[in-house]
Design a protein around this ligand. Structure first.
Ligand code: CO8
Length: 257
């Protein structure tokens, strides 16, 4: 059986993870979720990777959790699977993740996209939380991340009707960072990842950690987190290099130290 998550290296310091279950519209079965978590943990820890692009194929980013894997499961069995630990591994990846979305990003697929830091959507991509149509509700952060991303009224409409929104609508709603013609999605995501990979990695890591943690804290606490991280970066060589390069009118070289 071919690997259900494929790792490629499209450029220096950039990793590309491709979900590869074309016969099942990239539905997230246990193996895909395990491989995604494992890969992101590994990429998150290796210094040579500075940005990760996450994608599917032209038809589907991922059409949800695998319904066939859970249709007959009971509550205790689902609980014992401890899937949240795999999702947590994805959420806690310290490297920037750019989702390149074509086709269906439904259910767990939309939730997976919302684990990314940046979403590049194809015009005809389709984002939905259709769980309600099969008698359940989102279980991997969909209710919470969607509410925080697009606000109550857009979120409730999607959650309670299961109706999809296109890539164009998603971008207007703030559910995608940018929208491009379908054929340009992956290139655009790789271009963004490459640009981020040229930035000082410690600053990128602090931006990600503080921006995400601050979302769930009071403004005062979040501002304190920001201030501490800002001060901390002055201990890095890359801060000295960046500012000296500016003054010397040359390009900086960042080492992640
Ligand atoms: N699970 C399992 N198999 C799927 C899924 C899925 N989510 N989506 C598609 N497939 C399979 C189909 O069963 C079909 O397989 P087969 O050829 O063996 O019959 C194959 O992929 C191709 O699909 P279709 O023939 O249906 O293709 P269409 O182009 O006609 O339709 C759709 C594409 C519209 C995407 C359609 O497949 C569909 O509606 N899929 C289900 C979408 C859905 O309801 N997703 C939400 C699932 S629930 C969920 O995600 C809960 C998240 C909670 C996270 C917690 C983690 C456990």
């Amino acid at each position: 059986m071919a690997d259900e998550v494929v790792l490629e290296r499209p450029g220096q310091h950039v990793a590309l993870l491709r979900i590869n279950r074309p016969d099942a519209k990239n539905a997230l079965n246990a193996e895909v979720r395990r491989l995604l978590a494992e890969s992101l943990e590994r990429l998150g820890a290796e210094p040579e990777t500075r940005a990760v692009v996450l994608t599917g194929n032209e038809e589907a980013f991922a059409a949800g959790a695998d319904i066939k894997d859970m249709a007959e499961a009971g509550a205790i069995e689902l609980m014992a699977r401890n899937n949240h630990l795999l999702w947590r591994a994805i959420a806690q990846c310290p490297k920037p993740i750019i989702a390149a979305v074509n086709g269906y990003a439904w259910g767990g697929g939309c939730e997976l996209a919302m684990h990314a830091d940046i979403i590049v959507a194809g015009e005809n991509a389709s984002f939905a939380q259709p769980e309600v149509k099969v008698g359940i509700m989102p279980g991997a952060g969909g209710t919470q991340r969607l509410m925080r991303t697009v606000g109550k009224y857009k979120a409730m409409l999607m959650l309670m009707t299961g109706q999809p929104v296109s890539g164009l609508e998603a971008e207007r709603m703030g559910l995608a960072s940018t929208v491009v013609p379908d054929s340009e999605v992956l290139d655009k995501a790789i271009t963004i990842a490459t640009a981020i990979a040229r930035m000082p990695p410690l600053a990128i890591a602090q931006i990600k950690e503080v921006a995400l943690a601050g979302q769930d804290a009071s403004l005062e606490t979040a501002l304190m987190l920001e201030r501490k991280a800002f001060h901390l970066l002055f201990a890095s060589r890359d801060q000295k290099e960046g500012m000296r390069a500016f003054m010397e009118k040359r390009k900086p070289t960042y080492e992640g130290r």
